[in-house]
Design a protein around this ligand. Sequence first.
Ligand code: ACO
Length: 323
Amino acid sequence: MTLKAVIRGCGAFLPQKVLTNEDLSRLVDTSDDWIRERTGIRERHIAGDDEKTSDLATAAAKAALDAAGMAPDDIDLIIVATTTPDLTFPSTAAIVQAKLGIESGAAFDIQAVCTGFIYALSTAEKFLTSGQHKRALVIGAETFSRILDWNDRATCVLFGDGAGAFVLEAQDEQEAGARGVMNSYLRCDGRLVDLLYVDGGVSSTQSTGHVRMQGNKVFREAVKRISEAMERVIADAGVDVTDVDWFVPHQANERIILGVVKKLDLRKDQVISTISGQGNTSAASIPLAYCAGVADGRIKEGDLVLIEGMGGGLTWGAALMRA
Ligand code: ACO
């Protein structure tokens, strides 16, 4: 029997507190014009002092379970993609499992920064199609505001907090039909660590550290590497770029997204973008954008959806699925 990993539902959660570009211009030497022109970002959500990554992740997971018409006990695998875990250990996935009241199955985190959701989705797809697990929660969740240097205008204006989740189910080919994750392409080039990293950690400084980024160098790598990944998943799936219905990119910078759209000859109206109101929520940005597309009726069952991401590592990748 050939199994496929089908997306049964998705859910999103954003903290209530909103930080606008105007607010930021009172903290650092920046302006609404500069941020909007260079990034497309207008505002972002920031977690409250009492909100942890696991709280955001659990809220998104509950919304995804509701959308799938499932109960927590139906889940036997939880994968959380995050760079901002509640604790050094145990995993945020373990904490989410407890918050959902799930008492069995496996739970672990994946760390690939802004590419984390694609790494997590690809991993879940392998676990489900092998027959080892039946239903998975794949969550991207971040409280990125906690690792920002709020005096560094080059980075603090870019990021926001939030969480998005998919419920994936293993279905045999006949039940799934055309639906399901088709393929994915994951890459990392660790020689480029210095372009984007956090200057602290358990075994180096015993502190959390702050995001450091050579933004223009990351920007230069982005369009090339992301386009290559997208072209590969499209070719490997045996489809044509003209078959793609929706493009759901990692929301790092509007200019990167438009650069990729141009390179692949996609149309701007195929892009699901949340960057203006959410900024870059790292591992959460792809499922948040996907959920926005489902919620407003753009992404419909059977649509061909292309996702991509790039982040610290550098890591990058893409995946193709039928909703
Ligand atoms: N407000 C005003 N001026 C600023 C700001 C700001 N917030 N930030 C930087 N500047 C200034 C710089 O100091 C510089 O001034 P100078 O010319 O006097 O030295 C000038 O603006 C240009 O700086 P650049 O860094 O060259 O600006 P750039 O056009 O490259 O835009 C940006 C910066 C938006 C960060 C862009 O490089 C970018 O988006 N890079 C990619 C980010 C990304 O994709 N990250 C990957 C995912 S994140 C993750 O994995 C965690």
